[in-house]
Design a protein around this ligand. Structure first.
Ligand SMILES: *Cc1c(COP(=O)(O)O)cnc(C)c1O
Length: 454
């Protein structure tokens, strides 16, 4: 298609001035940016009016489609009152109402809500609170470490990078990060303790318990992405794993931080992934889907027990000295309340069930493809791991950019997806229809086949 003068101008300025996240900019500068101008329902629309199905929910955030009337009008209505006022020394109406709503639906025991504006800070806050809790509540100054899992991703700030492990994201900064104890995560396709599915006795949990046994006296908290490790490649943990992690952290007196930034708000089929195994963490970190994908907002929920450790006279300095300028932003909170309203009035979780079944059935067909090593699925998330050799599980050379090429192929066919290495990620808005699921999956299937077999 011939480019308009406007598109040319925007593309030029984009390449000249905008530094894109997680992007090799030399590759970017050599290409043509796809510039999105609008969103309608489950579709993104570029500046030429071309429509694309939003196959990764605008990076895992959008739940009810774009231009949703209820969320749009909640934001507009709030804008008629006030766009922003601080939570430092003042309160505001939507932040109060949202906190009450979140506590009502959160796993049992979580009754205190601390706001911020992105997933990394939601985790950062939980880490700081956990550390400070031990000092103030227990006079325990040895609890300086965290335990987290192999392949974990918890964000890009220094604290959240320290508990994360994905090498390409954190390796460069290693000298600046605090050390974290690392337990094997059940990435069963490539078992970290070398077992087959047949002889799996969840050795990985034994390794986790060994670390706790040895180090629990110096561990402030365990951080986990419940049920699905996201950035590692949508790795679904086997049933019972999360519950066992909770019971072991209880047994050894270690706090549990559940990072539900990616999986919270219906993604797995339950409101929160922790519900799948009836787990109540000591901290629940929420962001991405909290506003339905409309505004930057995050929340860290915790218990009365943790909260009480921060009470005292002012000059005891037990306060939680942390806060971001836009903490509890009223527009974000209003969008989040509308998001929860839609879950209730639209019976979103009930209506997801047949879609999840259909999604799972279509995904099974991918197992027949020559270069599909593993297909992982839960709720409306899937990760399809592409490999060079199915027998040996040998990956493609990273220079081949296989996952990226599949995404570009899908884009040509009107679908936006973004892979994690050679894992093709599919994570559409929960509002996707069955017809759109079929269309989307046909596009993914054809794109995978084209790139890996031709
Ligand atoms: C995206 C993500 C984060 C970081 O959230 P940002 O809003 O990008 O800072 C943290 N944890 C998990 C599990 C995530 O998926």
């Amino acid at each position: 298609m011939k480019k308009s003068a406007r598109e040319k101008r925007l593309a030029r300025f984009d390449k000249r001035h905008v530094w894109h996240p997680f992007t090799q900019m030399s590759e970017w500068e050599a290409g043509d940016p796809l510039i999105i101008e609008k969103g309608r329902g489950n579709y993104l629309i570029d500046i030429n009016g071309r429509r694309y199905l939003d196959g990764v929910s605008s990076l895992w955030v959008n739940l009810h489609g774009h231009g949703n009337r209820k969320i749009d009008s909640a934001i507009k209505k709030q804008l008629g009152n006030i766009a922003h006022s601080t939570l430092l020394g003042l309160s505001n109406v939507p932040s109060i109402e949202l906190a009450e709503r979140l506590v009502r639906i959160a796993p049992r025991g979580l009754s205190r809500v601390f706001y911020s504006d992105n997933g990394s800070t939601a985790v950062e806050i939980a880490l700081k609170m956990a550390f400070q809790y031990w000092e103030q509540a227990k006079k325990d100054f040895n609890r300086r470490k965290f335990i987290a899992f192999t392949g974990a991703y918890h964000g890009d700030t220094f604290g959240s990078m320290s508990v994360g492990e994905i090498d390409i994201f954190v390796k460069k900064y290693k000298p600046l990060l605090f050390g974290t104890l690392r337990a094997p995560y059940p990435y069963c396709y490539r078992c970290p303790v070398g077992k087959d599915k047949a002889d799996c006795k969840t050795e990985c949990l034994k390794a986790f318990e060994e670390i706790l046994k040895k180090h629990s006296h110096e561990i402030a908290a365990c951080v986990i992405e419940p049920v699905i490790q996201g950035a590692a490649g949508m790795i679904v943990s086997p049933p019972g794993f999360l519950k066992k992690v909770r019971s072991l952290t209880r047994k050894y007196g270690v706090l549990l931080i559940a990072d539900e930034v990616a999986v919270g708000f219906g993604r797995t089929g339950r409101m929160f992934a922790c519900e799948t195994e009836n787990v109540s963490p000591d901290f629940l970190c929420l962001a991405k889907g909290i506003t339905g994908g409309y505004m930057p907002l995050a929340a860290t929920l915790t218990t009365e027990k943790i909260y009480r450790a921060f009470l005292g006279r002012y000059d005891e300095y037990r306060s939680f000295f942390h806060g971001h300028t836009y903490t509890g932003n009223p527009l974000g909170c209003a969008a989040a309340i509308a998001n929860l309203d839609i879950f209730e009035s639209g019976r979103v979780l009930d209506r997801m069930k047949p879609k999840t079944i259909l999604f799972g059935e279509i995904l099974k067909k991918f197992e027949a493809l020559a270069h599909v090593g593993d297909v992982r699925h839960k709720g409306l998330v899937a990760g399809i791991e592409l490999v060079k050799d199915r027998k040996t599980k040998e990956p493609f050379a990273s220079s081949e950019r296989t996952g990226h090429r599949v995404a570009m192929e899908a884009r040509e066919r009107g679908l936006i997806i973004r892979p994690l290495g050679d894992v093709v990620v599919i994570m559409p808005p929960l509002s996707i229809t069955e017809a759109e699921i079929k269309k989307m999956m046909k596009t993914v299937f054809d794109s995978v086949r084209k790139v890996t077999e031709e």
